[in-house]
Write a protein that binds this ligand. Structure first.
Ligand SMILES: [Ca+2]
Ligand SMILES: [Ca+2]
Length: 464
């Protein structure tokens, strides 16, 4: 098989200090799959239908890229790499840098049960992990001028976990972190990762990690600002709402230091709960210090947004919706010319109002609202259904959010206290997507990707 352009010589981008020096450690063979230079086509249980690929401005291409294959039985040197994952719903790990306006979308068909898509870029190649509740397919794409070529896919079990990308001398693959609990999040953290393994938060690399025992929420998504990890803890059933995957909510959260010690632990008093799967970390007050943002809720007044400092002291809250069974979806802490705001969508299943909250004298006050947007599907565990960043490279940050029917992504900026609609990304055939929104920078262009309820993966790229 043609291995052209596919030699396992993935020199890590040295311009990125996060890659220098690379982490070196060993993984048990069962724990990973890499995209290698071997010739096997692997087990394409859910292959991409390459005939449906419609490259920008060209006839459909034939796949020329080998499928990823299982790694042969050898020890591997492996390093964490940046992906489009943003479990806090905040700015992605690797902010996008630019490009002009977006071109026409490109689509291909994946498994119809796909629910999410995650992206990473190694050298000049884009890797897409398209995940179902059981597994993920890894697809490599190349860009030549305006033409995107997709390779065949390689599928392997993930138990519904968001993919964690890693890199070794043979290429890129998905890493299976030891003991990682299904339905939990893992984040890249310093030279390794932080992940949930049963009743501990593990921090480090697969062969060398600290373990912090905590009473963890079963499906918590960890968040990190690079210095700390925050996990939701103290699972409770006292809120009978169940709109983020199950009826078990967090009764508190813990702030964990990089050495695994617990810096702060907050336990809420009944009847309050944290209604979500993660906290968000960011500077809400504008003083340069990181705060912890969570969505609190109870059956009487519904949801509100609360801000704590890293020592667990409550420093600000919004008003509550005022009615039980009314949720709000925290999506980002967004920098603006007038200081940071917390973006959240009030009742995303009932209308859906995008709201910006600003910290002011111990309160979170609404400064702008606009309807109607739907960043979450009821009962779904997918909470990264929005993206914040300078998507089109014009120097202004946009919030990219689905419209209410979820067949368009709308980019909004916040100017002079008002949300302004800037541009729209429309899915082909106006098909509905309930997935996350994945965004990454690829060869100086911004890539936005979603997967529809029909399994069609759609990518938009900015023009060069
Ligand atoms: Ca602050
Ligand atoms: Ca912009």
């Amino acid at each position: 098989m043609d291995a052209q352009g596919y030699a396992p010589s993935y020199e890590v981008a040295t311009s990125d200090p996060r890659y220098d020096p690379p982490m070196r450690f060993r993984l048990p063979i069962v724990s990973l799959v890499v995209v290698a230079a071997a010739c096997s086509t692997g087990t394409n249980r859910n292959p991409v239908d390459a005939t449906t690929v419609a490259p920008v401005g060209t006839a459909p291409s034939q796949p020329e890229i080998p499928a990823p294959v299982p790694l042969p039985d050898v020890d591997i040197i492996y390093a964490p790499i940046v992906s489009s994952q943003s479990p806090s719903g905040n700015l992605a790990e690797q902010p996008v840098m630019g490009g002009g306006p977006f071109g026409e979308p490109v689509s291909f068909t994946a498994d119809p049960s796909s629910v999410r898509v995650d992206l990473t870029v190694i050298n000049d190649d884009l890797y897409l992990a398209v995940g179902t509740p059981q597994d993920a397919s890894l697809i490599r794409a190349t860009l030549n001028g305006d033409q995107i070529k997709f390779g065949e896919s390689m599928t392997w079990p993930t138990e519904g976990n968001d993919p964690v990308f890693g890199l070794n001398d043979d290429g890129v693959g998905l890493v299976n972190l030891p003991g990682r609990t299904a339905q939990t999040g893992a984040v890249r953290f310093q030279d390794g990762w932080a992940w949930v393994a049963g009743d501990v938060v593990a921090i480090g690399t697969p062969d060398n990690y600290s373990e912090t025992p905590l009473d963890l929420l079963d499906d918590t998504l960890l968040v990190s600002n690079g210095d700390f990890v925050v996990a939701l803890t103290n699972p409770v059933r006292r809120l009978n709402h169940g709109i983020v995957g199950d009826g078990i909510e967090g009764g508190g959260f813990a702030v964990i230091n990089d050495n695994g010690t617990v810096r702060a632990q907050v336990v809420l008093e009944a009847p309050d709960v944290i209604e979500g799967r993660s906290a968000m970390l960011g500077d809400v007050t504008g003083n340069g210090e990181t705060e912890v943002v969570v969505t609190l809720s109870n059956a009487e007044v519904g949801a509100w947004v609360a801000v704590y400092d890293l020592d667990g002291t409550l420093i600000a809250q919004s008003t509550a919706i005022g009615l039980g069974n009314r949720w709000r979806h925290q999506i980002a802490i967004m920098p603006t010319a007038d200081g940071p705001v917390i973006l959240n969508v009030v009742t995303p299943h009932i209308g859906g109002t995008l709201e910006a909250l600003r910290f002011s004298e111990g309160r979170l006050e609404p400064v702008a609202t606009i309807g109607q947007y739907s960043t979450h599907t009821i009962n779904s565990r997918i909470l990264d259904g929005a993206y914040i960043g300078d998507l089109d490279g014009d120097g202004e940050i946009e919030a990219l959010v689905p419209n209410q029917p979820r067949n368009r992504l709308v980019a909004l900026s916040l100017r002079d206290g008002k949300f302004v609609e800037k541009f729209i990304l429309e899915t082909p055939d106006m098909s509905r997507s309930e997935s996350n929104i994945a965004v990454i920078d690829w060869q100086g262009r911004t890539v936005v990707a979603v997967v529809g309820v029909d399994g069609v993966v759609t990518l938009w790229l900015t023009n060069p």
